[in-house]
Ligand binder design. Structure first.
Ligand code: C2E
Ligand code: CA
Ligand code: CA
Ligand code: CA
Length: 278
């Protein structure tokens, strides 16, 4: 039994080591990635499922590592956040996504652009000035810039968060709550947050229509959003059954593999062609 215990410990230790090593590797490589511009933005369309028209895109970062290939943001964003590297990466994301939105506008496709903000960026006292500079330089309309925040970012010091939200609103941008339903913001707070859009998390959508609980929760979120005068976007929509359910419950803007995965900018013209044929 003793030997077994030692072995377990040994393996556990090895696993920890591997995780710590990977973390350290990613941290070091992230610094290089910033310098050598190994990041790219992909864009996933948000589609009005009544008309199949694109109403906007969410910018999603991709890291193409020269030897390890694509590294998922799920892996590196938390490390970038913990090390503070997210501030620089996030600033690049904001510029790049807004320039993309400008190029679309110049092609006569005036669509919204949604950008994920990290907790550090949201707390950064320079954020408003940065956004204002980006809006001036790219000359995209402020309303078309949607900033995605999560509930957990707002729930720490609620008063501070509300003030920051109000500051951002003064720029004219739109604010979304991402992954809605997965955090623990109470409804009374939700009413006080000056936000414009709720994004229903994929975890509620993915088992529709098999899971009747998820259907009830999704319908309740949509109904509540409407009561609060918020727009709703459903995330992770993959099937026509899900589209039908969402439409029947008055949610029309959807994002997910049903219409398209996130795309490199070069693939975007093809998307418009495909949707026109649907
Ligand atoms: P998120 O903001 O919730 O983004 C949605 C994620 O769901 C994306 O994963 C997207 O590719 C994926 N997705 C979209 N439609 C479907 C679908 O129909 N089925 C399934 N299974 N998945 C779908 P991705 O691109 O790997 O990004 C993961 C997370 O990384 C994002 O979750 C976001 O939290 C974070 N992230 C990505 N880009 C950025 C960024 O530029 N800045 C920050 N701070 N975070 C980012
Ligand atoms: Ca998001
Ligand atoms: Ca989300
Ligand atoms: Ca998510």
């Amino acid at each position: 039994a003793k030997a077994k215990g030692r072995n377990t410990y040994h393996f556990y230790n090895q696993e920890l080591n591997a995780a710590a090593k990977e973390r350290l590797m990613i941290e070091n490589e992230l610094r290089i990635a910033i310098k050598e511009q190994q990041f790219e933005l992909y864009y996933q369309p948000q589609v009005d499922c009544r008309t199949n028209e694109v109403v906007g895109f969410e910018a999603l970062i991709r890291w193409f590592h020269p030897t390890q290939g694509m590294i998922s943001p799920v892996k590196f964003i938390p490390i970038a956040e913990a090390t503070g590297l997210i501030v620089e990466i996030g600033e690049w994301v904001l510029w790049e996504a807004c320039r993309f939105a400008k190029r679309l506008e110049e092609q006569g496709r005036g669509n919204n652009i949604s950008i994920n903000l990290s907790a550090r960026q949201f707390k950064d006292s320079n954020l408003k000035a940065l956004l204002s500079r980006i809006l001036v330089k790219t000359s995209i309309s402020a309303q078309s810039l949607h900033l995605e925040l999560t509930e957990s970012m707002l729930m720490g010091d609620v008063e501070v968060a509300i003030n920051q939200l109000l500051e951002l609103k003064m720029l004219g941008v739109s604010l979304s709550i991402d992954d809605f339903g997965t955090g623990y913001s109470s409804l009374s707070y939700l009413k006080r947050f000056p936000v414009d859009i709720l994004k229903v998390d994929r975890s509620f959508v993915k088992d529709i229509p098999a899971d009747s609980n998820d259907m009830e929760i999704t319908a309740a979120i949509i109904a509540m959003a409407q009561k609060l005068n918020l727009n709703v976007v459903a995330e992770g929509v993959e099937t026509s059954e899900q589209i039908t359910f969402l439409k029947n419950n008055n949610c029309y803007i959807v994002q997910g593999y049903f219409f398209s995965p996130p795309l490199a900018e070069a693939q975007v013209p093809e998307l418009y062609k495909q949707l026109a044929l649907k």
